[in-house]
Design a binder for this molecule. Sequence first.
Ligand code: ADP
Ligand code: MG
Length: 708
Amino acid sequence: VLGVKDNGNHVKETVEASNEQTALLDSREEIQRVRECLPAFKVKSKLVQTIRENQVTIVIGETGSGKTTQLAQYLYEAGFCAGHKLIGCTQPRRVAAMSVAKRVALEMNVDLGKQVGYSIRFEDETSTETRIKFMTDGILLREALLDETLDRYGCIILDEAHERSLNTDVMLGLLKQLLSRRRDLKVIVTSATMNAAKFSTFFGSAPQFSIPGRTFPVQTIYSKFPVEDYVESSVMQAVRIHASTNFDSGDILIFMTGQEDVESTSEAIKERLTEIYSKSKGITNFDEIDDVEIFTVYSALPGDVQNRIFQRLENGKRKIVVATNIAETSLTIDGIRYVIDCGYSKLKVYNPKIGLDSLMITPISQANANQRSGRAGRTAPGTAYRLYTEDTLHEDMYIQTIPEIQRTNLSNTVLLLKSLGVEQIIQFPFVDPPPIQTLLVSLNELFSIGALDNMGNLTELGMMMSKFPLQPSLSKVLLISAKNGCSEEMVTIVSMLSVPQVFYRPKERQKESDTARSRFFVPESDHLTFCNVYSQWKCSRYSHRWCSKHFVHYKSLQRAKEIREQLIKIMKKNRIQVVSSGTDWDVLRKCICSGYAHQAAKTSGLGKYCHLKTGMDIQLHPTSALYGLGEMPPYVVYHELLMTTKEYICCVTAVNPFWLIEFGGLLYDVRKIGGTHTDHADVEAFDPEEDRELDIKLKEIKEARNRM
Ligand code: ADP
Ligand code: MG
């Protein structure tokens, strides 16, 4: 069952050669044959006809039936681009938008970016020739800001609508409003079976078109006892499957929650397999093993999904794919026969009562569990190993995942809707309305950072903020920094905050990498630390070697550089100055405070903080530069709250309490000021009983209150 490669360079060459062969197999005829085998192909003409006859069509089909890759092509072939209109297809995930565009370009035998292109935040791979455009749902929303009737589009496919991502949900509402003004526009909503009826009702009984699927039975095996460590258990399960079945009998897909556990699972499997093979075959290195290859998929850097993951490997070599819930419905990898499901996913969770947004590892829903298992039965009967008990499934898991709109901070969305001219958010046609409490908090937050006036209308600052594809706090710091002569540095910081993981911390070299990181520390601020990393990298002339030497991810910095250029373009277009503060970094901290005043905390011991608005105990993240200060700064603002075993604040900057009053005047009260020394100011949140909000004459808030 277990095999070993020859060794050394020779092997590499063979692998490359056989890759070329696989590429040759991807000939035109083969691609055509594969397309014609997809379930969607059999119903193509009926499907196109239904779309022709209706303004809105709901298309339902199992994952892998060809909704994403085929539908747009069918419409293109059927002439839906007449009059130089575009076919737009939205995806909730960047990774999917990119990889699907690549695939469709290949199927249509055109260069990516020509007839088929994609657009994701900060990256546009389209041209005037583009007719089929894949994009994230967020991109289409932003396009609506520039052209509210979306005139460039003849058809819009809202793909993966069942995922109920926040932006898709908002897009559904916008399109519903747009339909009467754009009689010629075709809207297609695709969905797995769940939620389909709901979408149909939402669009006044739009027809539901089902693509008949074929799937194979999947045996579900539950864990008998609750699992203590799902990474460890999934590693054991994967190794067990690999060792007890023929390596060419089917691939393994493992669902994990996020980049970190995806990586550690993949590393641990490599280690374990190397150990086993070293005993049986005397190999010393995982790369020598020739009957299995491990892939990881997560959304951090979307460019990274390798084409190879979709191909049959040479000699039937087994694939083990470790993925986040991206592989649940957005990406279909053929040939999977074993699924290992850890039972969790990382979800954005928002608690409007305390106004906190966080990423939390939460149990998946039963619908997720079924989707995950289903991945094992696409090409042949399969097995799904659930690393949780059957009782857990029934008792601890919701039947369906709660739509994002009901569990996330809506400040961004509210700002966007306001910029689109939606005056009363409460009256917007939502598929499922967000909780009123959340809307109130978002309106108030936007008001407190100056994006809305006390009538609930967009201010000039708010209008400028909406020009940036950034969360409101980041747009604000950028705009304020331009006024204070430090936008050159701030745009770097904002760009660095828009990329995943800057620092690299390999397990076996943790100490070394921690030391390397600490050399960049600007003790008062993690934000400024990022700025420092970037400027040193710039001094190295953006060198790759510099990055490896300092344990910094080159790809992340490269991405930050691209984002920075994009942001500067937007700034210039809107006549916002790009100026450097030179060596004065205090002004930067003050500007940072201007966007984060609602995310402030007061120290209560070493590494310990207390959230100013809510009183919640929070912990400074162990990687923070602020530990270098020895003594904790009395007041800080933070970029992100991370909930794991404890509540951590990540990316933190020390601030002067008077700045908090200056920028968070609606939130905070100065209790007492001891002497003239600024550090003695004592800042506290206003007593909620006092109800400062009564001062705010937000029409919407009043109306919302009345409804509660
Ligand atoms: P659906 O959207 O209905 O889930 P898709 O259109 O995504 O289905 O997938 C149809 C087929 O195309 C699947 O067999 C899938 O494996 C294949 N496919 C999708 N993307 C790629 C790719 N980048 N390379 C090769 N095959 C792909
Ligand atoms: Mg799809």
